[in-house]
Ligand binder design. Structure first.
Ligand code: MCN
Ligand code: CUM
Length: 804
């Protein structure tokens, strides 16, 4: 048995962990072979389209569908009245609230679904939408959560004003919940006695991830076999199947949910939307497939938005700058229905990671959720369940404290970082951070950008500006973030009672290739590439020989889906564990074939070798063949394994970002000269995919920080529902990102990997925002709210007297 290939070559042939393997899905995507929901064209498919409310708050006096029904090609027009006998005119939300599927007596936000037209094609459906006559009686509109809490106007007439909500007592008829974590009394006492206290209020505006592909589905009820198939843009197909079964009464084995290729999800495709329910009902009624695909405007107006958090903070410190306490209160605008897709016990997501990367001995967080006349949602857009808001809050509070103390913000961070030896670290608000080495990352970042040199340059620029020699100022944006991803522990995290584990099932074929199926679903993250790499390293079969399948509930094991950057921490762990089961059986087979005891063989890259005699071995290919042909007598044939993984903890990736920016004070235009991003996501599976995730997340962070927003006027009119008005950065605005890393493995994850998909957004937004604010700091700025679009930046300069 002579081996021609070196060990290094064998390792490289595997394309396993650490390899920048090219994305296998890209051949399909770049050659027009992707299969997105709108590519689904089953014979006889009808199209659904919504009549939507032009008003943000109105009573519905009547709906007349006669003219629409009279149009050639229109098959049905569904209203709440049609859904009511089925109990489907309202649906439960993931946050324990309920939401109208079709307007039931009134509408609560502009763009709300009022009627569902089903027609032979999209054009006819659109024409028919125009023919549905709805008589509205306008009601007073509330778009401000503070006013909402004072108003006599009852938004949710369906709720008993005195009854508690899903998360306890309600303070007012427009109040949803109060969520409190930490020790308020103790925190207040510390802050009252502190040498230094900084206070600030900030608004993290409402925005929207605006995926390239909007949401949609195709429902097909096969009345002969009693089977319902639902294809759609679902980030959690199994959960959709369970919800569909619970709502429709169709037994779960008779429902198949399939997520085909998804053109970006970003959390926008986690929730259950009226379009799904209406398509299913329409297919059941008509007996043919019904397709619903929203357009851009509908996507921006009615599907899951992000943020809309009004945050008020107090932070205290000693004269030396050691933080002693943190108090945070949030007023959370949830819109008309609380449809946040958070784990059940966390109505404000993981906002209680707002102590950030700092060793803060005592803290308190209180969140009040409030109804307004805006679209429902709240958790989306690379947010890790509100970690975006938490990190923005603490990274702004640190900057404000630095201003209060007249101190350098990089140094203030360094003094307060949790130290390497403090991990696992228990935070004041209840999390156990698994691992971290913040000082090393921070030092590396500051050195890479020559931080001291930058500050000198900035000081020179300030002086030049004051001398009237330049009209541009320079900002140095800093952020250090700790993420919390991988929900995760079933004991803490569930969605609608389903624990948040994940799964992988792997089957090795006789000739040594394999198929693995997981409970997650890629929306562009490259799972088909990277999960194969985890398995390649675990089982010694090249990633090129492993097919990854996700998103078909008939074949994939039950999983909770992809969001909260949980795929790597949870399904990735399941993949490693399933791989280890395969390896354990392979070891027995190898030992049998080599006629030695199980303990006398060891795994080596792609084979089992006899300890001390590596020239005697069986490759995984040989073992796979033997598993089907010559297995050990008494041992069942085949080589398959499945793992359902309940992680013991979440993972806590972190990073250090620096943005260097010039600002023209006369035009308000920022120019990003440098963006450095150091990420630590533990063991790196595919550095190239990680880099892609970081570029994407940073670009979305740039968008949010520098211009993107969902704004409403006082009438509740949505002001940015087209891409003319909604800022999407292009190559023109995007700088050349410099990426870097450190590796601090997660101690509890089987391969030490942490998630990364949301990190660049979580850390990026405060970094861009801090850069703008830092530029104005020498001129007296303390805090201005995002988005820092050209007008707002100009206005900041103007307010600071820089145009005088
Ligand atoms: N990865 C890696 N090494 C690590 C961690 C991750 O190589 N240590 C790779 C993974 O193998 C995977 C990718 O990075 O291919 C992202 O992994 P992970 O951080 O586990 O995140 P998820 O796969 O669970 O993706 C979800 C995350 C979320 S919640 C949003 S929102 C978001 C994001 O991913 N949506 C995206 N990135 C996106 N990228 C694209 N293209 N499209 C979206 O909709
Ligand atoms: Cu919060 S957006 Mo991602 O979790 O799908």
């Amino acid at each position: 048995m002579k081996d021609e290939v070196t060990r290094d070559e064998r390792v490289s042939n595997l394309k396993g962990l650490g390899c920048s393997r090219k994305r296998v899905e890209d051949a399909r995507f770049t050659q027009g072979k992707g299969n997105y929901i709108d590519d689904m064209n089953l014979p006889g498919t009808l199209t659904g389209d919504f009549v939507r409310s032009p008003y943000a708050h109105a009573r519905i006096k009547s709906i007349n569908i006669d003219a629409a029904m009279a149009l050639d090609g229109v098959v049905a027009v569904l209203t709440a009245k049609d859904l009511e006998p089925l109990g489907l005119h309202w649906m439960p939300t993931l946050a324990g609230d309920k939401q109208m599927v079709l307007a039931d007596g009134k509408v609560l936000f502009q763009g709300q679904e009022v009627a569902f037209v089903v027609a032979s094609d999209r054009y006819i459906a659109s024409d028919a939408v125009e023919l549905v006559e709805v008589e509205y009686e306008e009601l007073p509109v509330i778009v401000d959560p503070f006013k909402s809490m004072q108003s006599d106007v009852v938004l949710r007439e369906d709720l008993d004003p005195k009854a508690p909500g899903a998360h306890g007592p309600r303070k007012h008829h427009n109040h949803i919940f109060t969520w409190e974590v930490g020790d308020e009394e103790g925190t207040n006492a510390v802050i009252d006695d502190a040498d230094i206290v900084a206070e600030e209020s900030m608004y993290y505006h409402r925005t929207h991830p605006c995926p390239l592909e909007p949401c949609g589905c195709v429902a097909s009820m096969d009345k002969v076999n009693g089977k319902l198939t639902l294809w759609g843009t679902f980030q959690a197909p199994h959960v959709v199947r369970t919800v569909a079964s619970l709502l429709s009464g169709i037994e779960e084995h008779n429902i198949r949910v399939v997520s085909p290729d998804i053109g970006g999800g970003f959390g926008n495709k986690v929730g259950v939307y009226p379009g799904y329910i209406c398509s299913i009902v329409a297919s059941i009624v008509t007996g043919v497939p019904v397709k619903w695909v929203e357009d851009r405007m509908e996507n921006l107006m009615s599907t899951a938005f992000a943020r809309d958090y009004w945050m008020k903070g107090k932070i205290s410190a000693t004269k030396e700058g050691k933080i002693t306490g943190l108090h945070c209160h949030v007023t959370a605008d949830h819109g008309a229905f609380d449809a946040c897709a958070d784990p059940t016990k966390f109505p404000a997501g993981f906002m209680n990671i707002c102590t950030g990367s700092y060793d803060i001995p005592i803290a308190y967080l209180g969140v009040d959720g409030v109804y307004t006349n805006k679209a429902p949602g709240g958790v989306s857009y690379r947010c890790s369940f509100r970690v975006t808001e938490a990190v923005y809050f603490i990274e702004r509070m640190i900057e404000v404290l630095a201003i209060e103390m007249d101190m350098d913000a990089a140094e203030l961070r360094r003094i307060n970082f949790i130290k390497k030896e403090q991990f696992p670290y228990n935070s004041a608000l209840g999390w156990e951070y698994d691992s971290g080495d913040y000082h090393t990352a921070w030092d590396k970042a500051l050195k890479a950008v020559d931080y001291d040199g930058l500050r000198k340059e900035q000081a020179e620029r300030v002086a030049a500006f004051k001398r009237g020699e330049t009209r541009t100022i320079m900002g140095i944006g800093l952020s250090f973030f700790t993420e919390i991803v991988g929900a995760g522990p079933v004991k803490n995290c569930d969605i609608l009672g389903m624990g948040m584990f994940d799964s992988c099932e792997i089957r090795i074929h006789p000739t040594g290739s394999a198929v693995a199926r997981l409970g997650t679903i890629s929306q562009g993250q490259g799972h088909a590439t990277t999960f194969a790499q985890i398995l390649a390293s675990e089982i010694g079969i090249s990633a090129e020989s492993i097919t990854i399948e996700e998103g078909d509930t008939d074949t994939a094991p039950y999983g909770l889906g992809t969001y909260g950057s949980r795929s790597t921490p949870v399904a990735g762990a399941a993949a490693a564990m399933a791989g280890r089961k395969i390896r354990a059986k392979a070891q027995m087979i190898a030992a049998y074939l080599l006629e030695v005891h199980d303990d006398d063989v060891e795994f080596d890259v792609d084979r089992f070798v006899i300890k001390g005699a590596p020239e005697r071995f069986k490759t995984m290919g040989e073992i796979a063949y033997a598993a089907y042909n010559q297995a050990i007598p008494g041992l069942e044939p085949g080589l398959e394994a499945v793992s359902y993984y309940d992680p013991p903890n979440m993972t806590y990736p972190f990073g250090a970002y620096v943005c260097v920016m010039d600002i023209d004070v006369d035009t308000g235009v920022p120019t990003i000269n440098r963006f450095y991003a150091l990420d630590d996501c533990g063991t790196r599976i595919n550095p190239m995919v990680i880099e892609g995730q970081i570029h994407g997340g940073l670009t979305e962070a740039l968008a949010v920080a520098l211009g993107q927003e969902i704004a409403y006027d006082d009438m509740g009119n949505h002001k940015n529902a087209t891409l003319m008005d909604f800022f999407l950065p292009t190559a023109w605005e995007v700088p050349n990102y410099e990426t870097d890393f450190t590796v601090t493995p997660s101690p509890h994850h089987p391969i030490g990997a942490k998630g990364v998909g949301e990190s660049p957004h979580v850390g990026g937004v405060p970094c861009f925002s801090n850069a703008v604010q830092d530029a104005f700091r020498p001129f007296g700025n303390r805090h201005t709210n995002m988005p820092h679009d050209h007008w707002r930046i100009w206005k900041t300069a103007n307010d600071l007297g820089m145009h005088d």
